[in-house]
Write a protein that binds this ligand. Structure first.
Ligand code: NDP
Length: 313
């Protein structure tokens, strides 16, 4: 079995060693431009077009992250980047769910306890207790109820928050109100005080965080975008903050990454920025899952994590 690996900035030696240890029957190599030697499996992040084009003999392509939008965008731009008929698999959880829980919880509590406002008051040396938010009226909405959205919903529910989620298909998550499909989107959004985005970036969801959506939320709502920059219409956010329609936003992902120096988000007092670190790929857990999935494919089984290329996630 031959495995090729390509990631623009991961330490390939660590991955080659870890994969060889887990799959001793495999020959694992870092793909270099010009390498057209046979391969059974490819592990990739933003693969150059020539890496996979024409490799119809591949049995699986593994994305080295949870989202596959960058790979599918490349396929749209350079058709054939993904060989037709070869399954594309993504990472499911591999330690990302806990990281998302930690991130979401940190910023939910920051806004719920109004620590963001106390930070601004401190800068003005102003001693002013604010009215606290009440948990029962502080409705949290989560866009996306997949591996990550569901786990964040469960964490926040366990802490007593009033949580609802929105997905394509209805969900049964203890204590969480489920809304599904475009028909229930407005009902989901109405009255939400804090919105967390954990949708995949697809042609259907791109630009979903826009003026029309903000108008449904409770006045002075908070936004936490943990999914992709392409979900957010950045000018609409600036306008909603200016008008007080939104109180504050925490953003981990951006249309352009790294965020350009001149971008107004950097200096906006109501915008908090992190550099796309909400949930990173943990190599050991990711390699465990990929190796197990390769063995499942070899055994003729269909492992979890196979992407529906038509839907885009
Ligand atoms: P999943 O595929 O498990 O979940 C996606 C969820 O979105 C599902 O509940 C799905 O509904 C829902 N969904 C998709 N399209 C629509 C639509 N058109 N309308 C309504 N609901 C929709 O993904 P994960 O939870 O694993 O990951 C989510 C995203 O998080 C990733 O795609 C990635 O972009 C982002 N991410 C960001 C990271 C960061 O560090 N900032 C790290 C890791 C991931 P249904 O269940 O019905 O199919």
């Amino acid at each position: 079995m031959n495995i090729i690996f390509y990631h623009p900035f991961f330490n390939s030696e660590e991955w080659l060693a870890g994969l060889s240890q887990r799959l001793p029957q495999a020959k694992v190599r870092a793909w270099q431009p010009g390498d057209d030697r046979p391969a059974d499996y490819a592990l990739v992040w933003r693969p150059p077009h020539e890496m996979l084009a024409n490799r119809r003999q591949l049995k699986g392509v593994f994305a080295l992250g949870a989202g596959v939008d960058a790979i599918l965008d490349q396929e749209r731009q350079y058709p054939g980047t993904l060989p037709a008929g070869v399954p594309l698999l993504r990472l499911e959880d591999t330690g990302m769910a806990q990281q998302m829980q930690e991130y979401a919880l940190s910023y939910v509590l920051r806004y719920f306890r109004r620590f963001d406002e106390y930070q601004l008051l401190q800068q003005q040396q102003e001693w002013r207790p604010l009215d606290p938010h009440q948990q029962d009226s502080f409705t949290i909405g989560i866009l996306g109820a997949g591996v990550l959205g569901k786990s964040v919903a469960q964490k926040l529910t366990a802490l007593g928050f009033n949580v609802r989620c929105w997905s394509r298909s209805p969900k049964q998550i203890d204590g969480v109100q489920s809304f599904a499909g475009d028909g229930q989107r407005a009902a989901f959004l109405d009255g939400v005080q804090l919105l967390i985005n954990l949708l995949p970036n697809t042609p259907e969801t791109a630009g979903i965080l826009n003026q029309a959506l903000f108008a449904h939320l409770a006045p002075g709502a908070y936004l936490i975008n943990l999914a992709r920059g392409a979900h957010l219409v950045e000018d609409d956010l600036l306008q909603a903050l200016e008008q007080g329609q939104l109180a504050a936003a925490t953003l981990d992902v951006f249309v352009t990454e790294p965020l350009p120096q001149a971008h107004p988000f950097w200096r906006h007092p109501r915008v908090t920025i992190t550099p796309h670190i909400a949930a990173i790929t943990l190599p050991e857990a990711a390699m465990d899952q990929i190796a197990a999935n390769i063995l499942a494919l070899e055994a003729g089984q269909t492992p979890a994590g196979v992407v529906d290329v038509q839907l885009g996630y």
